[in-house]
Design a protein around this ligand. Structure first.
Ligand code: PGA
Length: 264
């Protein structure tokens, strides 16, 4: 599986990307069961989720080979990782390189998730370097941006996201593509979501800012993430410039994850 699943032209861009971020949850058997449930549900689904959306699964590193193995029975689901090393290779104990991810069947990698910014002190500069490395290894970076509760309350949300896009998104060559995930930090795992107006404002701001980085900003998918659930997916995923979702908690249940995909 490579970027061909995800990257074909041009009607592809019209499809939403529904991405599951499993985070650091479950053991190997849980991963196998979850992916089997997703594949089985899709194979008996008559709402044709897969012809209408692209599906991406981002398991923990260690579970990638098992999930890849299961995906042989469904080559239409793409595989991604949740992070990659800032280094290309060599003496970096504990790191996993972008090239290794590519080699393991990944087509995507999440970069700069707010949990990594907060818990692993990742800076905009480091995120930009990882995104560049991912692009150079032919992986699609999903670059995460989003404001904290305090930043939103103090009216700084748009300034923060502007800074993050400018600093984290590398200059893109003619054929290079990225994905952005707008994830308000206060919405992640809390059950709280922004108003549709706030999502619309932020996604159109991001689309405008992307003109500074690429000649083809319309080809960048801008995902929404943060407490995306079956009951709010229809509204959020229908908003202008919302090209899919990055889903944490609800991606751990096949039924909920696919209900979100169906809502798209
Ligand atoms: P959540 O997480 O869906 O559990 O809020 C989203 C994310 O962190 O990507």
């Amino acid at each position: 599986m490579g970027n061909s699943v995800i990257n074909s032209l041009p009607d592809y861009i019209m499809k939403k990307l529904i991405a599951g971020n499993w985070k650091m949850n479950g053991g190997i058997n849980d991963a196998k069961t979850l992916i089997a449930n997703i594949i089985n549900t899709l194979s008996t689904d008559d709402s044709q989720i897969q012809t209408r959306s692209d599906i991406l699964i981002c398991p923990p590193f260690l579970h990638i080979p098992a999930v890849r193995h299961s995906l042989h029975s469904n080559p239409h689901i793409a595989l991604g990782a949740q992070d990659c090393s800032i280094y290309e290779d060599g003496a970096h104990t504990g790191d996993i390189s972008a090239a290794m991810l590519k080699d393991s069947g990944c087509s995507h990698v999440i970069i700069g998730h707010s949990e990594r910014r907060q818990n692993n002190s990742e800076t905009d500069d480091l995120i930009a370097r990882k995104a560049r490395l991912a692009l150079d290894k032919d992986l699609m970076p999903i670059i995460c941006v989003g404001e904290t509760a305090q930043e939103r309350e103090s009216g700084e949300a748009e300034n923060i996201v502007t800074r993050q896009i400018r600093a984290c998104v590398p200059e893109l060559g003619t054929f290079e593509e990225i994905t952005i995930a707008y994830e308000p930090v206060w919405a992640i795992g809390t059950g709280k979501i922004p108003t549709p107006d706030d999502v619309t404002t932020m996604h159109s701001l991001i689309r405008r800012l992307l003109k500074e980085k690429t000649a083809r900003p319309e080809r960048v998918r801008i995902l929404y993430g943060g407490s995306l659930k079956p009951d709010n997916a229809k509204i959020l995923l229908a908003l202008p410039n919302v090209d899919g979702g990055l889903i944490g908690g609800a991606s751990l249940k096949a039924k909920d994850f696919l209900a979100i995909a169906a809502a798209a």
